[in-house]
Design a protein around this ligand. Structure first.
Ligand SMILES: [Zn+2]
Length: 497
């Protein structure tokens, strides 16, 4: 009886709710010359990546926003320079005009994935010694190939050199990253042998570029289907229909370092982490790449915020390499001018969970940073594209300068045979239990370990060998300090009679 009464009350409440429901936002409004005081967290125009049901973009004091008639009238009444751009009962129509710009389609200066691949393939045919395409996986929903491009002084075969990774578009609407990585790809290949700085980078290290991680999502955005698309295209509910916002899995919440602490388990959320770590093929592709090549340093491009997130703040505790990590983050950020021309990117510690940078640093020993390019939008107007790319190439330059050291170039071999060993290299005074043990890779026996100049203790171990404990290993300023380690095989245990 009570239950029936409750249901009756709920039904009445729902009817009531329907009659007083907010008027839908059917207007797209541009507001110009928004004073600084009205922007930011406490202002009336608070741009937020995760809450774009009203304020879509806010670039250089100009906002694009969805509004009701009453909200539009209030803006005008309050003295804001608000003009009506268009009216439509269809929300996606408003989003396309608001986020893509005047043509309601992607500006022609941006690239679709097939265009990026076609150009990179052409470069690989023309310069096979400089760039090689490596398929690292295929997408979750449509099984499109995901490519990495290897650039080195001889790209035809793996090199015994420190690895650097630049990737983009874990989040597919943050398309500027693909443009930056693609621009860098062309520059590294074409300027080698002409530009001494580029030549030095390519000679010194092996550079992997992944212009687009989330290829299916990038296609939804760049084909003009939906400019909001952030996640991959997984048909989460299995109804056979894909590309209906907000389906999909957040590819930057799928890595297995503190996976359960990151994102949410709610499929409709922008930050849905999927059913289990590495549930998404895009994350498995990145894992495959890390099996092919360990990296010393990497950048992962996102938009927006003009900030670099570094690993990490974990319950208020910094990462084991915090001082060095902040030093590098500061160097990279300090070389990327902001869009307003008045400063450079900021740095901030990110959380320790499920994203690419804690996984790459915590599990893989790679100093990885998220670069949030641009301010106030995910897709920037055509006239802003070249400036944001040029600014970010300054950050790339600072990162690649670090591939010259200082640090230890640890090389571990079997003392009897000189065979390279996959050995654990532990710096016990730095690397606490929050990070996995680092190791040399098996093919060449090398591990490049960035360090600040000073003295270090190392414990180097490998099953079947006597562990080496090294004290007061000096790391010089400047270049890499080589450290040759010859591990003695343990005497075989005598068989019992
Ligand atoms: Zn992002």
């Amino acid at each position: 009886m009570k239950k029936i009464l409750l249901i009756g009350l709920l039904a009445a409440a729902c009817r009531l709710g329907a009659t007083v429901a907010a008027e839908p936002r059917t207007l797209l409004v541009e507001v110009r010359d928004i004073p600084a005081a009205a922007q930011g967290d406490k202002g009336r125009f608070a741009f937020n990546d995760y809450n774009r049901d009203k304020l879509l973009t806010l670039v250089r004091h100009t906002a694009m926003m969805l509004a009701t008639r009453a909200e539009f009238a209030a803006l005008q009444h309050d003295g804001f320079h608000a003009t009506l751009v268009m009216e439509s009962p269809d929300l996606l129509t408003l989003y396309k005009r608001g986020l893509y710009g005047p043509t309601s389609a992607l500006p022609a200066c941006y690239h679709r994935y097939d265009q990026i691949v076609a150009r990179a393939d052409q470069l690989a045919r023309e310069h096979p010694e400089r760039i090689a395409r490596v398929q690292i996986g295929e997408t979750t929903q449509f099984h499109r190939p995901i490519y990495a491009y290897r650039i080195s002084s001889d790209a035809r075969r793996p090199q015994d050199k420190p690895g650097v990774l630049l990737d983009a578009c874990h989040h597919s609407d943050e398309i500027m990253g693909a443009e930056i990585v693609f621009t860098l790809l062309e520059k590294l290949v074409l300027d080698y042998g002409r530009d001494p700085e580029v030549t030095a980078w390519v000679d010194r290290c092996e550079i992997y570029l992944v212009p687009v991680v989330n290829v299916d999502g990038h296609d939804i955005v760049t084909s003009g289907r939906d400019p909001r698309w952030r996640k991959n295209a997984r048909d989460v509910n299995g109804d056979g229909v894909t590309g209906v916002f907000p389906e999909g899995v957040d590819v930057n919440r799928g890595y297995d370092f503190n996976w359960a602490m990151g994102g949410t388990d709610q499929p409709d959320s922008d930050r849905y982490r999927g059913e289990h770590p590495f549930s998404e093929a895009e994350n498995r592709a990145m894992r495959r790449l890390l099996e092919l090549k360990p990296f010393v340093l990497s950048l992962s491009y996102h938009s927006q915020g003009e900030v670099i997130y570094y690993p990490w703040s974990w319950n208020g505790q910094p990462a084991p390499d915090d001082v060095l990590i902040r030093e590098i983050a500061g160097e990279v950020a300090g070389h990327i001018p902001t869009m307003d021309g008045h400063g450079t990117y900021a740095i901030s510690p990110g959380g320790p969970s499920s994203q690419s940078y804690p996984w790459l640093y915590g599990r893989k020993g790679d100093f990885d940073f998220i670069v949030e390019t641009g301010m106030g939008a995910h897709i920037f107007a055509a006239e802003d594209r070249a400036g944001i790319i040029a600014a970010n190439l300054g950050g790339v330059r600072a990162l690649l300068a670090r591939t010259a050291g200082p640090g230890l170039a640890v090389h571990v071999v079997d003392a009897a045979t000189n065979r390279p060993l996959a050995a654990q290299v532990w710096l016990p005074r730095i690397e606490n239990e929050t990070v996995d043990r680092r190791s040399t890779e098996a093919t060449f026996g090398h591990y490049w370990r960035l360090l600040r100049p000073g003295k270090y203790e190392l414990i180097i171990s490998c099953p079947g060998y006597r562990t080496a404990v090294l004290h007061n290993v000096a790391v010089a300023a400047g270049d890499w300090t080589p450290l040759e380690v010859r591990l003695q095989p343990e005497a075989p245990v005598a068989a019992r009679p």
